[in-house]
Design a protein around this ligand. Sequence first.
Ligand code: C5P
Length: 227
Amino acid sequence: MASVAVIAVDGPSGSGKGTLAVALARRLGFRFLDSGALYRIVAHAAITGGFDLADGDALAGLARRLTVHFELTQDGVTVRLDGTAVGDAIRAEPVSVAASRVAAHRAVRDALLELQRSMRRPPGLVADGRDMGTVVFPDAVLKIFLEASPEERAQRRYNQLKDKDLGVSLRGLLESIRERDERDRTRAVSPLVPAADAIVIDSTLLPIDAVFAVVWQRVIDAGLARA
Ligand code: C5P
């Protein structure tokens, strides 16, 4: 299905990439892939099942058994594992940190590659992650890489999580973001870096509507929508 258009939206946590990717998928009527949710689901299953987070092969075994679907709903995205909605449990901070450890294993990344590529189906796909434009969909028609300062990203994540009663503090989130960033950017396999042909946007001072407007113009330029 290489001819089906993919828009890759990559960047660190809290950069606004998730919001942007969902908005693009909605507006275009495209399918949506939240690849971070896949690593989170593996991490959550590993924690619940008492797996060693250093055991890449065992974690890859978990990853290979996943049947995941993403559904755009009126108020967001529903992630389904074997048909059942997974809910907020995968968004808790310990799962975020475990996901970045799980994601550093090549065996896990390889195990999830086919599942991610199988989501490339008509009329098109918006894929959100860290390596969508570099590894999973290197032929994506449009590649966006969103950045923002760690302080701004921690604040955004705090605003998202505080109402969900997941027991987070701003300082704790900033530390966790720095730790994850360091691991994601320096790992040997699929590190968090913009693809050479990505459009890099710093969203620290830009509201999401302004980011969307910049990207939407690129979508039009790429022939994916009309002005
Ligand atoms: O995007 P999100 O914060 O949900 O991702 C959780 C973790 O999964 C990230 O910190 C990163 O380590 C990992 N991840 C990845 N590659 C992706 C998506 C997420 O390594 N494509």
